[in-house]
Ligand binder design. Structure first.
Ligand code: CAA
Length: 377
């Protein structure tokens, strides 16, 4: 086993670390307060090449392997999980096209993303969350077109994306076997953005409802065959879940570093609180959990890069890292005490941001089901 990164990966990691320290961390509390990523930061993220990470080299992208992408999301997660989520949603939305897109679809999707614009992956609906196969949005064939009707909810980048991958049912009674993936452009008549969610955490990221009312799109926008949508969605989530793990690791690391620094500075009973063994035990547990989560994330990405099956490891990485982020950020608030609970310090933001890691891209209950299914069957 080789735990060393390549010189290219180390350069990339350093570049993103410096970018985050300069452009993201100093503005994270403000972005959290305002609930938006400023346009200027988008431009800089684009210029730094951080919006099109999954685009293959032959389509003018960086052609990065999963492990390198994970290193990038880890750094972004340290700076602001909301910004990291927004960029990671581009990766999520691009995977159905990476997996099964036609040449024309690849050009279309990758041109948009290469141009610094955002994409969104729209699977979830009011009645189809964990039960992804229960999608009620319909797609009815009409000549050379499809007509889509339905509502999507909790869609990351929903209100600000230029291009969407929308899952709809082409055979209403077929359940998961009717699910089909389509590309829909922003501005298509009948396609509109509904309410924006007012969220507890990752507030810099945009989360919206999408409404489709007789949205007519050409059949050439269908990704893969009719009924292939469920498997496309599952494979996409396999690929993207380790990146939720990577953001979680970065978030936990940031909270841990804050707790370590504070514990050395904060004096009680005439000593820095870091000298008390109960505090040390908390810091040691944080360090252990982060290290384990990081290795699980790297392992899942490494398996993907080897081209072998990694569904179970992807779910393990996401689940363990998200639980770690929740535990570590909660303990960081505890180490900071009253200051941890105050908005003066970023600890409470870290804790609010961590909660979604256990919920989106499949709840941690669903990850445990996926893991159990892969163990048992
Ligand atoms: N790869 C390939 N195929 C897969 C697969 C995978 N990882 N997982 C399942 N399948 C296939 C199965 O082999 C099976 O195929 P056959 O019938 O041909 O044998 C078929 O799909 C159905 O599989 P299951 O019986 O396991 O399906 P299920 O209905 O029991 O559901 C589930 C499985 C794991 C619960 C799934 O519904 C799931 O992952 N739910 C969570 C949904 C989710 O993650 N949503 C997140 C939305 S995106 C988001 O949050 C983004 C954001 O905003 C940031």
């Amino acid at each position: 086993m080789d735990f060393n990164f390549t010189p290219d990966q180390l350069d990339l990691q350093k570049m993103v670390k410096d970018f985050v320290a300069k452009e993201i961390t100093p503005h994270a509390l403000e972005m959290d307060k305002e609930g938006v990523v400023p346009a200027d930061l988008w431009r800089k993220l684009d210029e730094a090449g951080l919006l099109n990470l999954t685009v293959p080299e032959e389509y003018d992208g960086p052609g990065l392997e999963a492990l390198s992408i994970a290193l990038i999301y880890e750094e972004l997660g340290k700076g602001c999980a909301g910004v990291a989520t927004t960029t990671a949603a581009n990766a999520l939305a691009s995977y159905p096209v990476v997996l099964l897109g036609s040449e024309e679809q690849k050009r279309k999707m990758f041109d948009v993303i290469n141009d610094g614009k955002l994409a969104a992956f729209a699977l979830t609906e009011p009645g189809a969350g964990s039960d992804a196969g229960a999608v009620a949005t319909t797609a009815v064939k009409d000549g050379d077109d499809y007509i889509l009707n339905g509502t999507k909810c909790f869609i990351t980048n929903g209100g600000i994306a230029e291009i969407y991958v929308i899952f709809a049912n082409t055979r209403k009674t077929a359940g998961i076997r009717g699910l089909t993936a389509f590309i829909v452009d922003r501005g298509t008549p009948g396609f509109s953005v509904g309410k924006e969610e007012e969220k507890m955490g990752i507030r810099a990221s945009n989360t919206c409802e999408l409404v489709l009312e007789n949205v007519r799109i050409p059949a050439t926008n269908r990704i893969g065959r009719e009924g292939e949508g469920f498997k496309i969605a599952m494979k996409t989530l396999d690929a993207a879940r380790p990146f939720v793990g990577a953001v979680s690791v970065g978030l936990a690391q940031a909270a841990f570093e804050l707790a370590v620094k504070y514990s050395k500075e904060r004096v009680q009973f005439d000593k820095p609180i870091a000298s008390f063994q109960l505090v040390q035990a908390m810091l040691a547990d944080m360090a252990m959990q982060i290290e384990a989560a990081r290795l699980l994330v790297y392992k899942a990405c490494w398996l993907k890069d080897q081209g072998v099956s990694y569904t179970k490891e992807s779910a393990i990485a996401k689940c363990f890292a998200a639980d770690t982020a929740m535990k570590v950020t909660t303990d960081a608030v505890q180490v900071l005490g009253g200051y941890g609970y105050s908005k003066e310090y970023p600890a409470e933001k870290y804790m609010r941001d961590a909660k979604i890691m256990q919920i989106y891209e499949g709840t941690n209950q669903i990850q445990r089901l996926v893991i159990a299914n892969n163990i048992l069957y």
